[in-house]
Design a protein around this ligand. Structure first.
Ligand code: BGC
Length: 759
């Protein structure tokens, strides 16, 4: 059980809100930070509940959009508790036996402590809550209060609090949590219902919340009295609790928005009316989690801490995934905090989607549909900037509009375009889902290929094609020409487009005809894409057999990493300004190394080894997107100790607050990176040549690792133990599966068939 729980004990009073993000619960529709339920006098900004797709207008000036930000929505877990007239406040001398426990197996948060009032009366309090993954519109909460040694008078207010503000964006600094903007206007509040509107964007979203709260006391159940105020729906329960007796409050809350359809309040009421009791609801929720874990867990025979950390990363990824709604995707901090405003970046496709592609392909399909939905905006963006096809926003709001702040260089960060194409291709290879490819994918591939065609320029001196003025994953390069990552990924994008067109023409000719007519497809396009893909400059130093980040990298000044990064702070937060970075050979975050992980068939082992040796000491890891690619590459190269060290940096990044800003939300790309480090690194998974590759690279600390993969309609169970890899076909797909296990070609077609290498 222990490796399924995250435990905070004792209370870290001076870092009270600092660990809230770790204790986030979610169901893809809602995300709820692990804040304390009971009102506190010293905590200024309250709550932390976010709804996928509910945005308000932010404070900064975005390049194109309105600078949308995720809205902190009314807190339906709010309570206020008084014992003998005194507010129950979290203070060091008053609390004992504090424990906050996130049960990741069941998706339940539990917190308990014993509190002593100034008159010496003691009560034991326990809070439990969950956001149902069975019915996304329901949440449950239970509060137990036990009088320990004498009778006490209790006043308990149970409400939905719309006084909440944004948590921390008064300044752009992530700390401390302070009250920020308020996006909500209350339309009406009663004892059990509240309706608010987010009216800081022109088309405001309405939020409707309802609660059903019942208090069981030793003397019988209480319904409570109306205690609503302007921005608070609430019921008040006043009662006397005899010594050694327990009172128990149970609340169900229902939540809808106008995004879910007309009259969200009627929906909330109906859901609440039909909801069963707390136990039944929680049991259904737990059953869902059990199914999810069966498909997605990674089991280790190794240190318990690693097992727990790995589960933590997967748990948070799973519960933020908006699989139910392709109008939204997964933001850089999921629904666990406000940093990056809930926007979607390249790290969605490159760091998070691989996990979903191989464990919950429907989730990847939904997030790729989000990119299809936002294609019209990407087209507009390209046209406005004098390009063809579709230029996806670097930082995308739910409407696909470029939300990057003015003047921050989103114009250059165009590898996002090819990253989306790559994720699409990976999804198709892993699922063989032609229908999806033809319905949504081919259109994206054609429009992105067209973008690259217009964004590349022929260089008559070198007789090559250049992609000028870009910013690769290494954002410290500021603006470069021919970033290797961008050019190679663009080349792949062009190839995928050509192949997808040929495939659709063959397999679905009627649909292809319609699509070609709609897109004004010209028969000359595929050949032009191929010529461009073959002609793009790839920076490479032949003498050293070294692939080079861009065409100036080797000419820049060596960077003194010890001086520039003496502590955990980013270089640009500690020693030098952002502008200085262009002078130096410094890589903010893994760039060439990430590329080589994505396209391993394009490089020899020697080239990978050289690139790793060259870039690793030049990499500042000033982004959370840096550790996992290093873990993957080091594992694949057989540098197991180094791979393990990077795995731990990645898996514990939020748990140990390595980047010093977990307070502002969990790092979702890195959560996906933890899966990549384990499965793509230690288990060597990759695809790209029609086979699924696996190979054992376990670190010395791990005896064995087991996990499941969805592959082409089948399910594989993989076990690595020492130098052996065992793959079992649990359920077959429609066609035999082609694998390459530790260098050996294998075909699996019947359920129960398995292979172990070396035998
Ligand atoms: C990283 C980007 C990333 C963004 C959002 C930045 O710090 O450098 O690569 O997309 O955060 O996660």
């Amino acid at each position: 059980m222990d490796t399924w729980t995250l435990i905070e004990q004792p209370c870290r009073f001076n870092r009270r809100r600092g660990t809230d993000a770790l204790f986030t619960l979610g169901n893809g529709y809602l995300g709820c930070r692990g804040f304390f339920e009971e009102e506190q006098e010293d905590v200024e900004a309250l709550g932390g509940i976010y709804v996928a797709g509910v945005f308000g207008r932010g404070a900064l000036k975005a390049w194109k959009g309105m600078h949308r930000e995720l809205v902190n929505t009314p807190n339906f877990f709010w309570v206020s508790l008084r014992v003998n007239g005194e507010a129950l406040l979290c203070r060091p001398k008053r609390m004992a036996g504090y424990r906050r426990v996130l049960d990741m197996r069941r998706g339940v948060l539990d917190r308990r402590f014993t509190w002593t009032g100034s008159d010496g009366a003691r009560v034991r309090v326990r809070f439990e809550r969950f956001l149902s993954v069975d019915d996304l519109h329901l949440a449950g909460q239970r509060i137990e209060i036990e009088a320990l040694d004498r009778d006490v008078e209790i006043e308990l207010l149970v409400g939905i609090d719309a006084r909440v503000t944004q948590l921390n964006r008064v300044t752009t600094s992530p700390r401390p949590i302070q009250p920020g903007r308020r996006h909500l206007r209350t339309l009406r509040a009663g004892p059990d219902e509240i309706e608010t509107v987010v009216d800081t964007l022109p088309k405001g979203v309405r939020l409707a919340e309802a609660q059903r709260a019942v208090l069981e006391t030793p003397a019988g159940p209480l319904r409570g009295a109306d205690a609503a105020t302007t921005d608070l729906a609430a019921r008040r329960f006043c009662f006397r609790l005899a010594a050694a007796k327990t009172a128990r409050l149970t609340r169900l809350a229902a939540f809808y928005t106008s995004r879910d359809g007309a009259d969200p309040m009627a929906r909330a009421r109906r859901t609440l009316r039909r909801a069963g009791d707390y136990e039944g609801l929680r049991a259904a929720h737990e059953r869902r989690w059990a199914e999810t874990w069966r498909a997605c867990d990674i089991e280790l025979e190794g240190p318990d801490d690693d097992q727990r950390a790995l589960r933590f990363n997967l748990f948070q990824l799973l519960q933020a995934c908006p699989e139910h709604d392709s109008r939204v995707s997964l933001g850089a901090r999921g629904l666990s905090g406000e940093m990056h405003e809930g926007s979607v970046f390249w790290d969605n496709e490159i760091f998070k989607l691989p996990f979903f592609t191989f464990t919950r392909p429907a989730a990847t399909a939904s997030m790729l549909r989000f990119r299809h939905r936002t294609l019209p905006e990407a087209r507009r963006h390209a046209r406005d900037l004098w390009f063809d096809g579709a230029m996806y926003a670097w930082k995308s709001g739910d409407d696909g509009v470029e939300e990057t702040e003015m003047g921050v260089g989103a114009y250059y960060a165009i590898h996002i375009v090819a990253d989306i194409a790559y994720a699409l291709r990976q999804y198709w290879e892993a699922t063989a889902d032609d229908e999806f490819l033809f319905r949504y994918g081919v259109e994206i591939l054609i429009e992105t290929a067209r973008f690259w065609k217009s964004r590349s320029h022929y260089d008559p001196l070198r007789r090559t094609w250049n992609i000028l003025a870009v910013r690769g994953p290494n954002e410290y390069d500021v603006i470069v020409n021919n970033n290797l990552f961008t050019n190679m990924m663009a080349g792949e994008n062009l190839r995928y487009a050509e192949e997808a067109v040929a495939l659709m023409r063959r397999r679905s000719p009627a649909a292809w005809k319609r699509l070609a007519a709609r897109l004004g497809f010209r028969e000359t396009e595929p050949a032009a894409w191929r010529a461009l893909a073959e002609g793009l400059v790839l920076c490479y130093d032949r003498g050293r057999d070294l692939f080079v980040e861009d065409d100036m990298y080797l000419h820049r000044v060596p960077f003194d990493m010890k001086r520039g990064k003496p502590d955990a702070r980013r270089v640009i937060d500690g020693t030098l300004p952002y502008e200085a970075m262009a002078l130096y050979q410094i890589t903010k975050q893994s760039d060439v190394v990430t590329l080589m992980n994505l396209l391993p068939w394009k490089f020899t082992p020697r080239q990978m080894r050289r690139a790793y040796a060259f870039y690793e000491p030049r990499t500042a890891h000033d982004s959370s997107l840096s550790y996992s690619p290093h873990a993957v590459m080091a594992a694949r190269l057989g540098m197991r100790a180094e791979a393990y060290r990077y795995f731990r940096d990645c898996a514990y990044l939020d748990l140990a607050d390595i980047q010093l800003n977990t307070i502002s939300g969990l790092h979702f790309a890195n959560l996906g990176g933890a899966w990549q480090a384990a499965v793509m690194g230690f288990a060597g998974l990759w695809q790209g040549d029609g086979r699924l590759h696996l190979g054992p690279h376990l670190p010395a600390a791990w005896k064995a690792m087991r996990f499941r993969l969805c592959y082409r309609g089948g399910t594989l169970r993989v076990e690595l133990r020492g130098g052996k890899t065992r793959v079992l076909l649990e359920s077959p797909g429609p066609a035999p599966l082609r694998l390459c296990v530790a260098g050996r070609d294998v075909r699996l077609s019947k359920a129960g068939q398995e292979v172990t290498t070396p035998a």
